[in-house]
Design a protein around this ligand. Structure first.
Ligand SMILES: Cc1ncc(COP(=O)(O)O)c(C=O)c1O
Length: 366
């Protein structure tokens, strides 16, 4: 079976991990955590980067550091992975669900405007499936309405918007390093920011609220959201290869696009040369979830794994009663989308084979 995703660990991952074991630095103290933070702040061109245990807690930590509290409202896209909304719910705040744009699949600011109230404190744009949101539009909207911006960059390591890497534009950028992500540490996350105040706040909250100059003195209740030296060791090795990783993923995307783009049944995502290829994703014209499931079954019988898109958040029990905009695009994108195997070890001949298999299944189905 060709899997949908696979970590690529062919650099110094094993060597650095062995150093953690050999030196017995396996918890959150150790040189790799500092090094990983420095590599990230330099790559994303932010002053600070705070490593944490996963991408979901990165979002939670960002909301805490910005002072979002119970009863506040935070605008999130309806079309995203559940963690974006869950982090808001952990605070006791309310996620407010906004539709996405039909062509970019990212949050539609025009539809956010009617969702504002005097409780709205922040917005979390998600650079979904590797493509940057329209950050000019978002930053203007946030400024006009006095909102904090937390960029959810979990699926878009290295994507750019007008020459800037995502994660460096809003107040805080939150990344995930789960095993299927572009850069992985197994489980892991990081918060990027240019604010010294937010950096300091996140470091204290990440470490049980412990006073920085008086160890074991706690001024408040914090969390254990620390990244281990072992996770960071893998991360350092990954960051050494980030350019190669991104380049290969782009080649995979270009090849999928060139083959699938010929089919009248397929809708490719709006072209964006600065996007990155997390999971290669496209839509099938006039499809619904039932048809997508059948195509997936046929792909499986050919030994090819695939993934349908995220369900619209508002369709699922924890989120169905949340305040929302019209969500037509989220519903239609979710029902028609399909993601194909994307990982660095994938041979281009295999990409060709997968794309041609999709085309022949579509010829028989439609
Ligand atoms: C958009 C988005 N936000 C947040 C997360 C949460 O990251 P993690 O799985 O590392 O907690 C993910 C990924 O899994 C994601 O895709």
């Amino acid at each position: 079976m060709i899997p949908i995703a696979k970590a690529c660990l062919d650099g110094n991952e094993k060597k650095y991990l062995a150093q953690c074991v050999d030196t017995e630095w396996i918890s959150s103290a150790g040189k790799f955590v500092d090094e990983f933070e420095k590599l990230n702040s330099s790559f994303y061109d932010t002053k600070y980067a705070v490593a944490v245990s996963n991408g979901t807690v990165a979002l939670h930590l960002a909301l805490l550091a910005l002072g979002i509290k119970e009863g506040d409202e935070v605008i999130v896209p309806d079309f995203t992975f559940a963690a974006t909304a869950n982090a808001v719910l952990y605070i006791g705040a309310k996620p407010v669900l906004c539709d996405v744009k039909a062509d970019s699949w990212n949050i539609d600011i025009d539809k956010c405007k009617n969702l504002l109230s005097d409780k709205t404190k922040a917005i979390i744009p998600v650079h979904v499936y590797g493509q940057a949101c329209d950050m000019d539009e978002i930053m203007t909207f946030a400024k006009e309405n006095n909102l904090f911006v937390i960029e959810d960059c979990a699926e878009a390591h290295g994507a750019e918007y007008k020459g800037k890497r995502i994660g460096s534009i809003g107040d805080i950028g939150c990344f995930s390093f789960f095993g299927n992500k572009i850069i992985t540490t197994g489980e892991g996350g990081i918060c990027t920011t240019n604010s010294q105040e937010l950096n300091d706040r996140m470091r204290v909250l990440r470490d049980h609220g412990m006073n920085k100059s008086k160890r074991y003195w706690h001024d408040e209740v914090g969390y254990n959201y620390r990244m281990t030296n072992m996770q960071a060791a893998i991360g350092v090795a990954q960051m050494e290869n980030v350019d190669t990783i991104l380049k290969k993923r782009n080649e995979i995307e270009a090849l999928y696009n060139s083959i699938l783009g010929k089919s009248e049944h397929i809708i490719l995502r709006k072209e964006d040369k600065d996007k990155v290829n997390w999971l290669y994703s496209f839509m099938i014209k006039d499809a619904d979830l039932e048809m997508i499931t059948k195509i997936q079954e046929e792909l499986k019988s050919e030994g090819i794994d695939s993934r349908s898109f995220f369900f619209p958040l508002h369709k699922m029990p924890p989120y169905k009663d949340l305040k929302k905009s019209n969500l037509d695009n989220s519903i239609s994108i979710s029902a028609r989308g399909l993601s194909l195997p994307t990982y660095n070890q994938l041979e281009l001949t295999t990409v060709e084979h997968i794309a041609n298999t999709v085309l022949s299944i579509l010829e028989n189905k439609i």
